[in-house]
Design a protein around this ligand. Structure first.
Ligand code: F0G
Length: 466
């Protein structure tokens, strides 16, 4: 049973504010069609009185709920009792000081940290949210769960289904729009994989209809429980920084689930008196999928106390349709033109005095190579955060001595095609994968050295290049 005594669902629009029980399966407000939050009656729950209390959990890490990087913060997402929680050990991630990448961005030593969410069991940050959505799905008795995906949500859903055997996974992907690393996960884990003739935005529209028609539980980030899990990324960042908030959180923006979840996390921590100031938030779009940038920075769309002028967004979507403009970027994970969490993200930008930027595929891949050369690595979409931080530094928005955390959302091995094409000596392969995206050069390529099958030649090459 879900914790109906302390948690409920609430429409984010203050004009509507409709509430529903958390035992209902909803992805939109039944009254006005807006987005829903999971809300808490904190007087009935038992929130911590200090963030330091969470440190005690580590000594109890033999218990799965203390080991999980999501559920050790259960007191800040108390919508289900412990016995209903689904965990596969997600959230064992790393916050790493990265001076080498910091120098590339233009920051002083010690000021940049990278949050490696690719270390999650399915290789991306999605596992944080999926364990929360799965937990809710379980409390409602769901048998099947579905998502539309650019690859990571589907990998995560497929993994939770196959590890727990609690539900069957149905995933929707756009044709030719998913990297092999991610597709191979969904196939290997046994998900029913539906490849539709269209892109992510089309797949997202269809999966909502299908879930409605067949009563399937939808796990995209439009599901408010997903975002409860993703709040914990910020708790872990704070924990790794000894609970001292950084000046900036920089995150790639696709469907805008992460940015929305981060804003909610900080606003709740402030409300609970656990944090006295919140970091600023920078959301980074790719040039070819820049709806948030266009609406927020160019057309000045704002949260406006919960009354954003959504007609601005509708006009923009009409323009996209009229001009047949589809999202297009090498960062396939964020190749999204109609972000489902737009209004929640506007709220997060308000809470965190946020900015939005867009970066080119060239900047993304160069930033990705810098991250990779510092070790561990990330997939292209993740590197948008580093490229965005660099741009903000160049613009003087971020100061050289400010403390910055870039969120690396997915593992390097998710998209080896882009990485190998960047480092290749084969011009044809480079052009085929990257040239068509406007990428002209691989500024930080580490090229393989071709030698004959001959000891002398090999020794000579090693002497020359090492
Ligand atoms: N980075 C990666 C690696 C992603 O997979 C995604 C989203 C994002 C960033 C964007 O995050 O939606 O919270 O703004 N991937 C989704 C998917 C859409 O289907 O896997 P967001």
């Amino acid at each position: 049973m879900p914790r109906t005594d302390v948690a409920f669902q609430r429409c984010i629009s203050p004009d509507c504010g409709a509430t529903r029980g958390i035992d209902e399966v909803l992805v939109a407000c039944p009254e006005c069609g807006g987005l829903l939050d999971v809300a808490y009656d904190w007087d009935r729950a038992t929130p911590p009185t200090s963030l330091r209390q969470f440190e005690a959990k580590w000594s109890r890490r033999s218990e799965p709920l203390c080991f999980s990087g999501v559920w050790r913060f259960h007191d800040l997402l108390p919508f289900a009792p412990p016995e209903c929680v689904v965990t596969v050990g997600e959230g064992q991630t790393l916050l790493q000081q990265a001076d080498h990448v910091g120098r590339y961005i233009g920051l002083q030593p010690g000021r940049l940290h990278l949050q490696y969410e690719g270390m999650n069991p399915s290789g991306s940050f999605k596992d944080n949210g999926m364990s929360a959505a799965f937990t809710h799905a379980r409390t409602t008795g769901a048998q099947r769960a579905a998502c539309a995906s650019t690859g990571n949500t589907s990998a995560s859903l497929a993994m939770y289904c196959s590890v727990t055997r609690l539900m069957k996974a149905v995933i929707f992907i756009g044709s030719g729009k998913i990297s092999y690393g991610k597709l191979s996960q969904a196939l290997d884990y046994g998900a029913l994989t539906v490849q539709i003739a269209g892109d992510f935005d089309d797949a997202m529209a269809r999966v909502r209809e299908v879930c409605q028609e067949l009563g399937i539980y939808l796990v995209n980030s439009i599901n408010p429980f997903r975002l409860e899990g993703q709040k914990t990324i910020m708790y872990r960042v704070l924990e790794a920084l000894a609970w001292e908030p950084p000046d900036w959180i920089v995150v790639p923006g696709g469907n805008l689930g992460n940015s929305s979840a981060f804003g909610k996390a900080f606003s709740e921590l402030r409300e609970l008196g656990l944090l006295d100031h919140v970091p600023r938030l920078a959301v980074i779009n790719a040039d070819g999928a820049d709806t948030l940038y266009e609406l927020y920075e160019q057309r000045q769309l704002r949260w406006e106390g919960g009354r954003p002028a959504l007609v601005t967004a509708c006009q923009y979507y009409d323009e996209l349709d009229r001009e047949h403009r589809k999202a297009s970027t090498i960062a396939s994970a964020i190749e999204i033109n109609r972000p489902v969490n737009l209004t929640k993200c506007l709220r997060a930008l308000e809470v965190c005095d946020g900015v939005v930027r867009r970066v080119s595929d060239q900047e993304i891949l160069d930033a990705k190579a810098q991250v990779g050369s510092g070790g561990i690595g990330c997939e292209p979409a993740s590197a948008a955060s580093v490229a965005g931080a660099r741009l903000l530094r160049q613009q003087g928005v971020i100061g050289a001595d400010e403390r910055v955390v870039c969120i690396l959302t997915g593992h390097l091995l998710k998209d080896p095609t882009a990485t190998v094409a960047y480092h290749t000596t084969d011009q044809e392969q480079f052009n085929q994968v990257l040239g068509s995206r406007g990428v002209r050069r691989a500024s930080f390529a580490n090229r393989a050295v071709a030698v004959g099958n001959d000891l002398d030649e090999i020794v000579k090459a090693i002497r020359l290049y090492s």
